[in-house]
Design a protein around this ligand. Structure first.
Ligand code: WTA
Length: 650
């Protein structure tokens, strides 16, 4: 660790704040029921029967607030109508073209009730599933909150995904209603969304109605009897819609995420535990004050947006910024302009965004007054020390701490992070520091023994925590096998990690066939399936290649069907096919036509060999090979693949 800078250096090996965090962690783990009961008491519940936490024999080995009753929307909005916060701005929303819409809590509450009335009139009831496919406009959180108000379950799909992703998710969740918009703005252009939904619905049977919010006014087709313009059916004036009283374990939403098979996993979150976890972490991590203007610059289509743009800031009555567009449109200083305009105090973003701004140059930030910032955060991928230091120096002006927050779609909220809202520990660029209270994290070696300080192993969470997902929608078996069987009885997140001598955790990236491309999770098998679906493709292998900005980019190897000839046109056609089946974020950075892929005797692709070729690393670096493959065979395969690539280039 000697080469890592301690930004807040301390005399002692473990800072007193580190001890404090660790003591609180121990206390919370000894008495989860008492600890989380105390936190939950600050929220609104219709009923509190029985314990906050009960251990169970089956994964995830615990239940939270099972016999308590609440409503997430009421806690996010109605609660603030009587606690002095109703006139506070909930969102300073800014559209990409420059339109602005500040929404105070009272107005947001009215809008959500209006939306809920429409949903209710369309027959939406407790437990119903709704698919939401929308741009970053206020109606997106409004639709989500209206859904949970009725006790219905939303499945939000990132607006960069395409028709096939939508139909797959609609079919898995059996949604009867889809909420979308006519289009979205992206880099000054209109991206039509409704036509993508129309395409998707050709392959679904459950959907009865499509509710369309107007954003871009591009011409779209409305299917008689199925499609409705939101504004045409929304009630005028004040309405009241009774919230559903739901149990702590009632699902609040499904969020599909990539795994190591072609089928996305429907991570299903609870209501009571999820809400309590977000309420707690938002304060512990961001140390919120009444005067804060907080900006989580993610997209609501991913879990970061669900948890830290929608639910947790609203639970805390925070004032947030919500921005529709891309960071460098119309100019490279757009973000810094937004920070100056609203006096943003907390910025929470991804390492990819930081590296992108780093590449654009600090002169854009220097044009603006960023002195309001007092805390910076990162999420979604490991942050490299260079990007950390750039962020610290040029955005935080060496004044603001950085919270590097480690978590996942499945964990519901942040698990490992500095927690200035409790006590700030000395920071080390690239380390997420210590687990929050409630999080029993450790690092295991391959054989399940505990890693020694400095040894690279796998992160595990040994006890349930309130924000933990409850299951995979329709697939309890996969839930058990993916997350709870790698090491018996503990949650396996699928990340490499290391703990240093100070007990700091270093999260080192995915240990499975899942890529992190610009912070987005993409399964290589999903990509391979999309490639094989092209009629010219016989076989494919996708591997992640290190990238200076996006961390990883997918690289594809393709074996063509007999009679097909490699050509630049065919390459483009296959890449376009990926763009239209999964979405632009998944398009491989390079595609190589090869005649043969290195395989083990049992027919598995030697991914490490392919990876070494792609990363232009010597095969000697390929340390752990399949048992059945000798180093000699791997080297031969490596040379052969390299030769094929070289031949293809000429
Ligand atoms: C990675 C995003 C290192 C990790 C919230 C995890 C991180 C995956 C960090 C989950 C971090 C997230 N440091 N790696 N601070 N935060 N990751 O589900 O590999 O989109 O497993 O959730 O992102 O991605 P997901």
């Amino acid at each position: 660790m000697a080469d890592l800078v301690d930004v807040l250096p301390t005399e002692e090996r473990i800072h007193p704040n580190g001890n404090l965090i660790r003591e609180l962690n121990e206390r919370s783990l000894k008495d989860p029921d008492g600890f989380w009961h105390g936190v939950a008491d600050e929220l609104f519940w219709y009923e509190k029967n029985g314990p906050a936490f009960e251990a169970t024999k089956e994964p995830p080995y615990g239940k939270w607030f099972e016999r308590w009753k609440t409503n997430l929307c009421v806690n996010c909005l109605d609660r603030h109508m009587t606690n002095g916060m109703k006139n506070r701005v909930a969102y300073y929303w800014e559209g990409e073209p420059g339109d602005r819409r500040p929404t105070p809590y009272a107005e947001l509450s009215r809008e959500v009730t209006r939306f809920a009335k429409v949903l209710k009139d369309l027959g939406v009831r407790k437990g119903a599933r709704l698919t939401i496919y929308m741009p970053m406009i206020p109606e997106l959180p409004i639709a989500m909150l209206a859904t949970v108000r009725l006790g219905a379950i939303h499945s939000v799909i990132f607006a960069g995904f395409t028709a096939k992703s939508i139909s797959e998710r609609v079919n898995d969740s059996k949604s009867k209603l889809v909420i979308t918009a006519d289009g979205a703005y992206r880099r000054g252009k209109v991206i039509p969304l409704k036509p993508i939904v129309d395409e998707a619905l050709k392959d679904t049977e459950s959907v009865e109605k499509v509710l369309v919010v107007k954003r871009t006014a591009n011409p779209i087709e409305m299917q008689e009897g199925r499609d409705l313009w939101y504004e045409e059916v929304a009630p005028q004036g004040n309405v009241y819609v009774e919230p559903a009283k739901v149990e702590g374990m009632h699902p609040s939403y499904i969020l599909y995420t990539s795994g190591t098979t072609g089928k996305p996993k429907g991570a299903t979150h609870s209501t009571g535990g999820y809400m309590t976890w977000l309420y707690f972490t938002q304060q512990a991590v961001f140390d919120l004050k009444d005067t804060d203007v907080y900006w989580c610059a993610a997209d609501i289509g991913w879990v970061t947006g669900h948890s830290y743009i929608v639910y947790s800031p609203l639970l805390r009555g925070t004032t947030s910024i919500m921005y529709e567009g891309t960071p460098d449109y119309p100019a490279a200083d757009r973000w810094w302009q937004i920070i100056e305009r609203y006096g943003c105090t907390i910025l929470y973003t991804s390492p990819t965004a930081i590296r992108m701004h780093m590449k654009l140059g600090e002169q854009h930030a220097q044009k603006h007054d960023l002195s309001s910032l007092r805390l910076l955060g990162t999420v979604g991928e490991p942050i490299n020390p260079e990007a950390w230091k750039w962020y610290y120096k040029h955005i935080g002006k060496e004044r603001t701490p950085i919270v590097d927050t480690w978590w996942q779609t499945e964990t519901g909220g942040i698990l490992i992070t500095p927690a200035p809202g409790i006590a700030l520990v000395p920071l080390k660029p690239g380390s997420a520091t210590y687990p929050l209270p409630g999080v029993d994290a450790d690092v295991y070696m391959d054989d399940g023994t505990v890693a020694r300080p400095g040894e690279k192993g796998y992160i595990v969470i040994k006890k349930p925590w309130p924000g933990e997902f409850m299951t995979l929608w329709n697939d309890k078996e996969r839930f058990d096998s993916v997350y709870f069987s790698r090491f018996k009885g503990v949650y396996y997140p699928g990340d490499y990690a290391m703990k240093d001598e100070d007990g700091y955790f270093w999260l080192l990236g995915r240990a499975d066939d899942v890529l992190k491309v610009a912070g987005h999770r993409i399964g290589t098998i999903e990509l391979e399936d999309a490639l094989i679906a092209h009629p010219a493709v016989a076989e494919s292998a996708v591997i992640g290649k290190p990238d200076a900005i996006k961390m990883q980019v997918p690289v594809a190897f393709v074996i063509l069907r007999p009679g097909q000839k490699p050509s630049p046109q065919l390459r483009q056609e296959i890449l376009n096919h990926v763009r239209t089946t999964i979405g632009p974020i998944a398009v491989p950075d390079a595609l190589y036509f090869v005649e043969k892929l290195p395989k083990t005797r049992s027919g598995k692709i030697m991914r490490r060999v392919v990876g070494a070729v792609v990363a232009e690393k010597p095969v000697g670096d390929v340390t752990t090979l399949d048992d059945e493959t000798s180093v000699e065979e791997a080297k031969r395969a490596y040379q052969e693949l390299k030769a094929q690539i070289a031949a293809g280039k000429s």
